[in-house]
Design a protein around this ligand. Structure first.
Ligand code: BTN
Length: 306
């Protein structure tokens, strides 16, 4: 109902009476008033005059009713430990494909390789529960699809040179603007769920402790609507997951890749390798040419461009 009230208020620049709203939405004027009161508590500036209501400003909030048809599959929290924790619990309790968990802040945001993901107000933090019909060996293709679609969405929406750094970081002018983490539960031949978590620096300021990070606000010099960005990304990503196969996703990812052809250092939990990034194979592994000319296949790790 809140989504429908907002839709009507947004379409009307003038005041709209409680009576009109109530007859459009087939609920009482008292119910309309209660919803308006709640919306105001959520930060919407709605003016109430004797003639009716007018939406004065539309805050960048990420509540379920802001996502149209997706509403029932969106879970929003002002603060959680990590959206990965919430998504994991929901997935184990049969939450459907494409359920999305969003948080305003995370107190224990996680990055890859057990790092912390600083998650202050203004950033976009979400996890998507996916139930693709694929064997676990192909699961990394889903991560590549997600980072490729996010890079494409950023490029199309903001006309910026968003690129992917192996495996799944998004960089603009060599600085990280988004990262992706995935967690999976599977049987031998079947994925039960893959949860993809994405953190995008949107209107937050990365701390000086993260000199290689940037934000969309910094790049574009203005605040960005997180809800438009997330809606656009979810639409594109769902379309890509439901249309065509994932067989060619790595080659699509490569069109935005900035790692191939560069000298890199790969750090894993136990090792460090230096070499020339030759290619990314069909499983998502990085083919690294070492100093002795041999090719090493790297399946996970952190990649630093030298
Ligand atoms: C990385 O670059 O190391 C991955 C960062 C992933 C951060 C996102 S924010 C939403 C989701 N919840 C988490 O705790 N982590 C991911």
């Amino acid at each position: 109902m809140k989504g429908q009230i907002l839709k009507i208020l947004r379409a009307e620049s003038d005041v709209i009476s409680g009576e009109t709203l109530s007859s459009h939405l087939k609920i009482s004027r008292v119910s309309i008033w209660k919803h308006i009161k709640k919306l105001r508590e959520f930060g919407y500036h709605i003016q109430a005059t004797p003639k009716g209501y007018r939406l004065i400003n539309d805050p960048d909030v990420l509540h379920p009713w802001e996502f149209g048809d997706r509403e029932l599959k969106i879970h929003y929290f002002d603060e959680v430990t990590s959206t990965m924790d919430v998504a994991g619990n929901l997935a184990r309790n049969d939450a459907p494909h494409f359920t999305v968990v969003i948080a305003g802040r995370q107190s224990k945001g996680r990055g890859r390789l057990k790092r912390t993901w600083v998650s202050s107000q203004g950033g976009l933090y979400f996890s998507i529960i996916l139930r693709p019909q694929i064997p676990p060996v192909l699961s990394s293709r889903v991560n590549f699809a997600a980072s490729m679609v996010l890079a494409r969405t950023l490029r199309n929406m903001f006309h910026i040179d968003a690129r992917v750094k192996w495996p799944n970081d998004i960089l603009v002018h060599e600085k990280k603007v988004a990262g992706l983490l995935s967690e999976m539960e599977a049987e031998t031949d079947r994925v039960r769920f893959i949860n993809i978590g994405m953190g995008v620096n949107v209107n937050n300021d990365p701390t000086p402790r993260e000199p290689m990070a940037t934000s969309l606000k910094k790049i574009l010099g203005r605040n960005i609507s997180r809800k438009q960005l997330l809606s656009g990304f979810l639409d594109e990503f769902e379309y890509r997951m439901n249309n065509g196969t994932l067989d060619n996703v790595i080659s699509e990812w490569k069109t935005y890749a900035m790692t191939i052809g560069r000298q890199v250092t790969i750090v894993t939990t136990h090792d460090e390798f230096k070499g020339l990034a030759m290619d990314v194979d069909n499983t998502g592994a990085l083919m690294l040419k070492l100093a002795d000319g041999s090719i090493k296949k790297i399946v996970y790790g952190d990649c630093f461009h030298d």
